[in-house]
Structures are given as C-alpha cells and as structure tokens.
Design a protein around this ligand. Structure first.
Ligand code: FES
Length: 376
C-alpha cells in the first residue's frame, strides 16, 4: 500500500462481537467455520469492555452482538450496558433460544436498541428439520412476542435454503402476524457449514425466481412491514462487494479475541491479531492481516484492470479461497474469473443432488478437525 492509501484508511463503523460459538441450534447453513469446536470462549467481560472502549474511541457507532448464540454468554447484559453508556447503537442478533428467563427485559433496561431474530419457517416440522431443535419454534414465537411486548423493534431474518424456499409467502404472513417491523428474506451465502452442505441446500433458479415473485407480491400488500430479498450470489455474474471491501468498514471479534475483517476470515491462511495482545487501533491500521487486501496491489491482473474493481473490490476473499485455494484470485462468482466454471459446476451438481445436510454441532466439528489433522 502507498502512504497515501494508508492515510486514507477510515475507522471501522460496524463492530460485531461474537460472544460465543456455542449454540442450542444446529443449523445446516451456519457460516461459522467447520472447526468452530477449536474456538474457545477466551474473552472475559473486561476484555470485551476494552474492545468497546477502543473501538468507540476510533469512531465506531454500530454494534452487533452475535455468536453462536450470544444469549449464552452470562455477561451479555453488562456488555450491552457498557456499550450503551459509550453511546453505541446496539443490535442483538439471536436465535431467540437458550437465554435465561427475563434476559430480554434486562437487555432493554441496559439500553439494547434492536433485536434481529432468526426465524426459518412458519411450520414447526421445517423449523425442526433445519435447526435440529424440537423446541425452537415454540421458543422463537415466545421470544418474538416478548420483543413486541417490551415495545422494541423486531427485525426478522429468514435464511433461505431449498428446505424453506417454497414457503416464502407463508413465512411473510407469519412474520407479519408476529409484528415484525422488518423482514429480511436472505438466501444464504455458502461459507462454513453451508458450503459443506451446498448440495443439499442450494435452491434451483426456478425456485429462486418464484420466491422473488411471491416476495414482490407481498411487498405491495404489506406496506407496514419492510421486506428485503437477498439473492444467493452463485446465481450472479458479478461478485458482491463483500464487507464493503476488506478492512474498510467491518470489524469482527471472535470468542477467542481474534480480530477479523469478516466473520469467516480465519478460514484464510493468514495470522490474525488478538485484541488481548494488541490495541484495536494498532490492529486496524497497522496489522499485516488488516492491510492484506486493502487497495488493489494484491489483485491479480484480471481484477486490477477491471473497471468494476472500485465497486466490488474483487469480491469475497473467503469465497475465492474456499473455491480456488488461492485467496488472491478473483471471486469465482465473477464470470471474468478463470474459475467461474467451479461455481457453475457446484450449481449443476446441487441441482441434481438429493443429499441430506449434516448438522452444525460439536461432534461434527470435532470429526472435521480429526479428519483434517489426519489427512493434511
Ligand atoms: Fe470474508 Fe467475504 S466473507 S471476505
């Protein structure tokens, strides 16, 4: 990077705290890395306070509290209160399952601003099929009701896969009845467990087009609930501007204290700094990891000479590495990439596969770690 480029680095705006990778659900599409069982809950509440002090001092304002399931971290109320005192705008990203009784009220009193609740279906069987948790449906409905009773905004996020894409209309009606203020129908992106399960999860183009049509129909009818639709990038020809560009806007801290430019960056062969060893300021501006893909010097000639590089920044680094084993490659979603055929092949295989997905849980994670060690 040139000195000019270095001085143009802006502070992080969005900070995401992954308070734990433990989760009572076992969703097949989870983006957490396959070896998440290796990630320890190594951050004390004082460590999280230090991160909040340092990120706020840099100018960050938006704070996501996520996981795993963040409600499983016993310090969550104190962390939210600390963040609120620093004037962060706090958003809880939760499954609504597994929290202590009364925790939501305490979070509201501590200053929590919004709740983003994951609801995968209006139908109990589908919910159990996706989450492998029989009480998920009941717990989520109770949680959504509590959010509304407390007078808070309810944002619902519905992750879409082949298992629920044909229910989009019913899901929209269901979320409307729950009183959702915003609904994001998000076709999943294929990282971590989702990539492992892609053959079982990816919907067909026909299913996708139909779901968009249904969403547009309901958008017209339900003006009081805003509905967003996110398309899976495997059906696109240009990559997404992942994280708005590496190290420009987003900062994630994982349960072990690793500072990452995106949630899955530690799947890349890069050594990431830890907030227990360095200040966030040093990490954000000076660390090798955060400077790795800033600017365009790292790009291959196809991306560097592309007029769209200012828009998509060469696409997603984690996806490039997962699909090509070279993290400097163009994101293979781009049809200018030499590896675009890899994405086409995945889509083709998935469209004719009747494989069943594996669940995201500790046993499967440990199996993955074991196989990786024995075969590498
Ligand atoms: Fe890591 Fe896109 S998810 S750069």
């Amino acid at each position: 990077m040139s000195t000019n480029e270095k001085s143009a680095i802006k502070p992080p705006l969005w900070v995401l705290l992954e308070l734990t990778h433990k989760c009572p659900l076992e969703c097949t599409y989870c983006y957490n890395q396959l070896d998440f069982a290796n990630t320890k809950d190594g951050m004390s509440k004082e460590d999280w306070f230090k991160v909040l002090d340092e990120t706020r001092a840099l100018g960050a304002v938006q704070l996501g509290i996520s996981g795993g399931e963040p409600l499983l971290n016993k310090d969550i109320v104190e962390i939210v209160r600390y963040a609120n005192d620093l004037k962060f705008y706090t958003n809880l990203i939760t499954s609504g399952v597994g929290g202590e009784k009364g925790v939501l009220k305490k979070l509201k009193e501590a200053g929590l601003k919004t709740v983003q609740l994951g609801i995968q279906s209006h139908d109990e069987n589908t919910m159990t099929l996706i989450t492998n948790n029989k009480s998920a449906m009941k717990d989520k409905i109770a949680f959504a009701k509590e959010v509304k009773e407390l007078g808070m905004q309810l944002i619902v996020n519905t992750c879409i896969t082949r298992q629920n894409i044909e229910q989009v209309g019913e899901i929209i009606e269901f979320c409307d009845e729950l009183g959702a203020n915003y609904l994001e129908i998000a076709n999943i992106q294929y990282y971590g467990w989702a990539l492992e399960n892609v053959d079982a999860l990816l919907p067909s183009k026909e299913q996708l087009d139909k779901a968009m049509e249904v969403t547009n129909f309901y958008r017209e009818k339900r003006k009081d609930m805003k509905v967003f639709f996110v398309v899976p990038d495997y059906y696109e020809n240009r990559p997404k501007a992942c994280m708005n560009g590496w190290g420009t806007t987003f900062l994630t801290i994982n349960p072990d204290g690793l500072a990452l430019p995106c949630n899955t960056a530690n799947t890349l062969p890069i050594e990431f700094p830890n907030v227990k060893e360095s200040s966030v300021k040093e990490i954000w501006y000076e660390s090798k990891a955060f400077n790795f893909f800033r600017g365009d010097e790292w790009m291959n000639p196809t991306c560097r000479s592309c007029p769209e590089k200012e828009k998509d920044f060469g696409g997603c680094r984690c996806q490039a590495y997962a699909l090509t084993k070279d993290m400097h490659e163009a994101d293979p979603v781009c049809d200018k990439s030499a590896y675009h055929g890899v994405v086409k092949k995945i889509v083709e295989n998935a469209n004719k596969s009747d494989k069943l997905p594996i669940y995201r849980n500790k046993q499967n994670s440990l199996k993955f770690i074991e196989n990786k060690t024995c075969c590498s």
